[in-house]
Design a binder for this molecule. Structure first.
Ligand code: EPZ
Length: 418
């Protein structure tokens, strides 16, 4: 099982490029099922979750051809509208094929995702949405069976709470439903907007993506498309924090500054110098004394829950007490115990964390638990004195493309050992 060995204390200098967004690529790969014409996705990140989704598409009946950062998906026919437990248990985002399969093939059999470290993460809202589009849903033996033998009909869906993949799943079902659909309390994340833009290029009629009300006029067929995936805002945010926590001077290139505005405004308030140099480059200069700045996670455009762990690592270096509230998931502080082992002073109380900085971190043996918690351990290791060994880095490989190569390219002393 791979480990990262990191020697702390080196400020990062230079430029680090952002890859395409994993959380855009996943729904957009699923969207390829909606047409029998070729779909080409550019700037696809080479991370584990993407390979898992590509495998699932092949099982369903797609031909998937990778060519560097481009992948071509051809699905002339849906052979098996199923997402088996073996795949879903490794990646809950497999539920993103639900909507496209019911829309294209009139039925889907998808394993219910099991538990997840960061919370229960049910998909009840996805299922309720499909029912509002006329699908019949049954559950048995850990699987969801969804059928719409006469096709989906447009309907009004109001999500009880904002769900990113729930919005994406229903959007992908509605585009081929007959009639108009309205999605209320929709997620506004950039990844939802990017998916909508791809669907519109395929011939879908969508208005309001990026707002909390999305209107869809169903069409009978969608055609192929070539689409470039947006930059990964979570990866970009992680690198911005890396530049700050290491006291370096780093340019993060190929990102979308407004997609990380909630993070950069908090970092600037804490005393980090961040400059938008234009053309998708953000320059971050650390080294100044950091002030503690409270933060609570919110749906976009609020502070992303996927950057909470990384921000907590930064706040261990701030001079004073800061409070972090995690409002999206019920158990997303697993990184705290590992940071404490490195010398951080953190107290947890349910969904609230209190961080008493500044703490001088020292290298330690730590264990990655989930994708973003693992990233926060890498960040802490960059500033910790001595050597940190991070075990179970397959978690990181799920969502960060060659992170050790990108970081060592800007001076980090990090290596992967098996
Ligand atoms: C997406 O997950 C992201 N994954 C997550 O990123 C991200 O943390 C999350 O959105 C929040 O921004 C992908 O896009 C592939 P939700 P998703 O549905 O869609 C509850 C990463 O690190 N809920 O917006 O699964 C749910 O339990 C991953 O890349 C229901 O109760 O998240 C959670 O508390 C981690 N019923 C809240 O809503 C449902 O049917 C928000 O979840 C659906 C969700």
């Amino acid at each position: 099982m791979d480990k990262f060995v990191i020697e702390g204390g080196t400020p990062l200098h230079g430029s680090i490029a952002t890859s395409g967004a994993k959380n855009s690529a996943l729904p957009e790969l699923a969207a390829a099922l909606l047409t029998d014409e070729p779909v080409i996705l550019r700037r696809i990140p080479r991370v584990r979750d993407i390979r898992t989704m590509e495998r699932l598409l092949v099982d369903i009946g797609s031909d998937v051809a990778e060519d560097g950062e481009q992948v071509t998906i051809n699905t002339p026919k849906i052979l098996s509208p199923e997402a088996p437990y073996e795949l879903v248990k490794t990646m809950r985002a497999s539920s993103l094929v639900l909507g496209p399969l019911v829309a294209r093939a009139g039925r889907a059999r998808v394993s219910l995702p099991g538990g997840c470290g960061i919370g229960a993460r049910p998909i009840n809202l996805h299922l309720k949405g499909l029912e509002h589009l006329g699908a019949k849903i049954e559950q048995s033996h850990g699987y969801i069976e969804a059928v719409a033998p006469n096709g989906l009909k447009g309907g009004r869906i109001t999500f009880d709470r904002i769900t990113v993949t729930g919005t994406e799943d229903i959007l992908m079902a509605a585009v081929l439903a007959s009639g108009e659909s309205v999605i209320e309390n929709a997620a506004r994340e950039p990844e939802v907007v990017d998916l909508a833009e791809m669907l519109i290029k395929m011939g879908a009629q969508i208005e309001g993506a990026g707002t909390s009300t999305i209107r869809v006029n169903g069409v009978s067929k969608l055609h192929g498309v070539t689409h470039e995936i947006i930059a990964d805002r979570i990866e970009a945010g992680t690198f911005l924090i890396a530049g700050a926590i290491s006291g370096g001077d780093l340019r993060v290139t190929g990102c979308v500054p407004e997609h990380v505005a909630a993070l950069t405004s908090k970092m600037i308030e804490a005393g980090v110098r961040i400059t938008d140099e234009g053309g998708g480059t953000l320059r971050v200069q650390g080294g100044t004394t950091l002030s503690p700045v409270d933060m609570r996670t919110e749906e976009f455009p609020g502070f992303a829950t996927d950057l909470q762990a990384q921000y907590m690592a930064l706040m261990t270096q701030a001079d004073g007490i800061s409070f972090i509230s995690e409002t999206i998931f019920e158990n997303r502080f697993m990184h705290a115990q590992e940071l404490i082992r490195m010398g951080a002073r953190i107290r947890l109380d349910g969904r609230q964390a209190t961080i008493a900085g500044r703490s001088y971190l020292t290298g330690a043996g730590v264990i990655a638990s989930d994708l973003r918690a693992s990233a926060s351990l890498v960040l802490a290791a960059l500033v910790a004195k001595g050597e940190t060994v991070i075990d179970r880095v397959y978690h990181i490989d799920r969502g960060y493309e060659k992170i050790e190569e990108k970081l060592s390219g800007v001076g980090a002393r990090i290596s992967r050992v098996d």
